[in-house]
Design a protein around this ligand. Sequence first.
Ligand SMILES: [Zn+2]
Length: 81
Amino acid sequence: MPLTVVTLVLEYECGACCRPVSATLRWEGKPDRTGPQIAQVGLACPHGDCRRVNELTFDQAGNLYGVNARPRRPGHVPVWN
Ligand SMILES: [Zn+2]
């Protein structure tokens, strides 16, 4: 059975440095699933002085639901004012 393969281009602002990021992702979905399919992936910011990993939540149509910058160190909780 063939997989559903979709190429998605996600454009978002980095959750850490707020600069624009464009990412091309390849989606491979199981054909036996129906309805909206949500995926989560961690992508490192391409900006050299940032490199923070953003946790992206998106669906098969390329809609972004969330961009969350991971804490720089495990156990470190950032404070947002
Ligand atoms: Zn960044």
